[in-house]
Design a protein around this ligand. Sequence first.
Ligand SMILES: *[C@@H]1O[C@H](CO)[C@@H](O)[C@H](O)[C@H]1NC(C)=O
Ligand SMILES: *[C@@H]1O[C@H](CO)[C@@H](O)[C@H](O)[C@H]1NC(C)=O
Ligand SMILES: *[C@@H]1O[C@H](CO)[C@@H](O)[C@H](O)[C@H]1NC(C)=O
Ligand SMILES: *[C@@H]1O[C@H](CO)[C@@H](O)[C@H](O)[C@H]1NC(C)=O
Ligand SMILES: *[C@@H]1O[C@H](CO)[C@@H](O)[C@H](O)[C@H]1NC(C)=O
Ligand SMILES: *[C@@H]1O[C@H](CO)[C@@H](O)[C@H](O)[C@H]1NC(C)=O
Ligand SMILES: *[C@@H]1O[C@H](CO)[C@@H](O)[C@H](O)[C@H]1NC(C)=O
Length: 896
Amino acid sequence: MGCFEIGALWLMVTMISIHAHTSADGIQAECLGNRVQFILSGSLSAGSPLELYAVNDTQTVLLTPHLAAQCGYTQKSDPWGNMIVSASIQSCYAENQGDKEFRVAMQFKLYEFPTLSEKVHEVFKFCSHTMTSREILCETNFMEVSVRNAIPEIKTAPVQQLPTVIPNLQLWKILLYTPEEKSFNKETLQAMGYNVQSSPTRLVMRSPYNMVETFVQNVDDVDMVVFKSVVLFRDRWMMTIVESAAACPINGASVVGQMIYWQVPLHITPLVSLEVEILEVHVGINGRRLTPEEMESRNYAVTFKESHVVVEIPIGAADGYYKSHVLEDQYHVSYTIEPMLELLWKEGEDETTYKVLFPITTPLTPWPPQVTDYTQPEQRVFDVLLGYFLPDVELLNITIGSELHTVSEIIIKGINLQEHSFPNDTKAFALQVHFSEPYVQIKMFRPDVRTYILDLVFGFVILPEHTAFSHSVVLEAPLADIVLPHAEGSCNEDSFNIYVKYGSTPSSQVKIKLGRLELNNTILQQYEHHSNETHFEIIVPFLAPVVAFESVQLSGIIGRIDVKMYDSLNNWNFREFSLACPFFVILSECFSNGTVTVVLPKLELFPHILPGELSLRDPSCKPSYSQDYFAYFLFGVTTCGTTRKFVEDTMIYENEITWKRDVLLPETVLPEQEYRFTVSCVYIANATQSMIFHAVSHFKKPHADAGNGELTVSLRLSKDVVFRLFYHDGDYPVLKFLKQPLYFEVGMDHFKDSRVAVVLENCWATLSKDKESKPRWSLIVDGCANPKDPEQTIFHPVMADDRVDIPDHFKRFEVKTFAFKNDESSESEDDALARRVFVHCDVVICHVENTAGGRCYKECPAAQNLVGSSSNRVRRSSGFSEEALQHVSIGPILLI
Ligand SMILES: *[C@@H]1O[C@H](CO)[C@@H](O)[C@H](O)[C@H]1NC(C)=O
Ligand SMILES: *[C@@H]1O[C@H](CO)[C@@H](O)[C@H](O)[C@H]1NC(C)=O
Ligand SMILES: *[C@@H]1O[C@H](CO)[C@@H](O)[C@H](O)[C@H]1NC(C)=O
Ligand SMILES: *[C@@H]1O[C@H](CO)[C@@H](O)[C@H](O)[C@H]1NC(C)=O
Ligand SMILES: *[C@@H]1O[C@H](CO)[C@@H](O)[C@H](O)[C@H]1NC(C)=O
Ligand SMILES: *[C@@H]1O[C@H](CO)[C@@H](O)[C@H](O)[C@H]1NC(C)=O
Ligand SMILES: *[C@@H]1O[C@H](CO)[C@@H](O)[C@H](O)[C@H]1NC(C)=O
């Protein structure tokens, strides 16, 4: 398709000014085929109020929008503030010279700020244009059709030399099709807002859109406004009819993805008969045709579908522009472009130029502002970029925290606020706020991290409409600039030492709980403590109420303090630990004058027992002194129900401290727990030996089923040589000094058959629960004391008493614990000083009648049996069945 050059040559560009101060620099004029375009640059008008006048030799007429549409003028502005005025070359005030040359003149009257003084810019433009038979122009505010007024020449008979008669045809009547035919005269139509201009050569009809008499017709899926008329010219005796029709599309544009598709029917049926030949198709933007090269470089395309020509324009093409909008307080943009399509078709001999200017605005698209957070917390400055906005967006104010600051206030305050513009015609706002500013909040979601928070609301307006919108930004910068508080503890001889370093947490925020007691000033006064801004130290005596006693042993007590360090503001736990310390204290003393003293701390295991409610065997012997957490007893060995007993050359006084239940316990307390401590004073010969104090928390477990009549043996550790009190399961680990001997008993309880005897086969000690583990110390080998060290194990006789019915059912032996120091192990003495041992025995149950094998009878070397009696010459049966061999273990026993 070749390009059809319409006379669009520059004929002349002249600017005149009718006022001395008029400057022409800011106004461009350009001929665009059958249109002239004037651009008053935004820099010239600078937003001043403006009036537009059409000018011809005799008249200067103010163009109201209504008059502009009637007379063929269009006015619009672009986002850069330029005023664009276009006029048809056949507009009302244009001067037409022979349908070839046209002069269009305009006047721009500016009321300049601030005085609103008038400033007039006048400009005119000569354009030459070769008209086709019919020219249809679809402007944005009017439709115009110009047709050749083919008034016939009337030739008289050739014989007579008379001049050709040109009839004086006058416009008589106009029939408008709405689509029904209605008849008007020219004046009526003009008054209605139409424009009718006729010259001897051409008829120009112009209609604004939205006139009552125009109608919409669908042409190949595109709605078109049709303005159709028949104009009757009449002389006295002849009449000419000129048909004029314009049809302009009012839709046909669609957006798919990032493309705009604009379709225009190729055969605009209200205008053409069926046989038309399309000669040319041109696409332009803003009224200016584009060359194929320009089209390609901008990614525009024209395609032909069956009955349409389709113009494709990528959204964002440089010829259009974006515009900001606000929808539900959200930032949106639209894109607007004004493509132009020109068609030239031939119908018989007549050519029609069809030109449509069709502004397209895409639907609003949300353009959520992006926050780019450049903050580097270590720099302690918030650094944010909020973008991207179109140039028509202006930042008015920022609400920082809860304070609103206008942009100028922010700048005065010295806060760094910058507007950045980008080559893609967007802009963004950069803001920097130091962490130390008062509106920066600090929150702590973790104990070791401060999170700096900045709440911002940016207030914008869109110009020129001044539509306001806002965008909230919350910036968070976590910074690990915290040194956490640290707490540790250590054991002193008679106290706990708790040591705290506050780190970077304010000391007022660091709270310490000892047990269930939160330290406050009142409580602190009761303890020795040292503190300064950074450190805190407290010394808690072992008998303090906050100490929990886990167990009482012969050698002392094990006290535990639970330490919790936390943040009182956020309730974070900084550190929680328990410190258990052994305190080697003498809890009981036996004086030579017969006075016994006992200090008994409240035990954690018996939370319901108040020390003041404890008593000796005589319930009237209450503590001499007690507090919530300990009781102090002082009594004479002849009082309070103390018993006395002679065993060989020793005299043993014994009493018990118990708790007599006189109220019903709450259900949560296990009924089988029994509180019983035995106090013994052993006097040997004429010397008073210092106390022997057995402190045991005694559990009476629910009685275990003894089994289906089987012979079960157990291994027990006696508290002393008396073999009356034994350690129970709950007492382990049992603490013993190395110099103290261990007294073991192996026996069958609750078994009445006197024909059965318990015989020890082997006994040994290990360091772990596993009886096979190494190292191992042999205590009894083959029924006798270990022959390698016979001094170490001593058998004790068993006599019948209220507990022992049948002495043959029991065996007792004593082990000197220093034996573990330098036996078969290669460990150093130091290691051996604090040793955990387990004792194991293989036990044979012999039946007196089963003498056949002789294994139940064995003699040990007499030397071993210093204490033992003939009963130790056990009878052994070698043929004893395997089932009767039992294994028993006990432990751990701590030897220190
Ligand atoms: C000026 O325009 C008016 C209105 O169209 C017209 O009537 C008049 O003839 C024009 N004057 C000249 C000199 O063209
Ligand atoms: C505009 O340019 C900036 C900077 O190059 C870029 O980050 C932004 O995404 C661009 N925006 C659009 C809409 O292209
Ligand atoms: C701040 O900006 C918002 C949003 O544009 C606007 O509505 C408000 O009037 C502005 N306030 C002031 C005090 O400028
Ligand atoms: C300290 O704590 C104790 C026990 O919780 C409480 O009785 C006392 O009133 C507290 N003292 C102060 C000053 O808060
Ligand atoms: C606070 O006390 C600790 C020891 O408790 C000491 O090491 C530190 O130097 C003291 N700090 C000040 C500021 O006195
Ligand atoms: C017994 O001796 C202790 C320690 O010497 C002493 O405190 C106590 O008063 C004496 N008791 C009597 C009754 O003399
Ligand atoms: C009994 O005491 C006296 C004098 O205090 C002492 O000489 C004697 O050795 C003591 N007897 C025993 C068996 O310790």
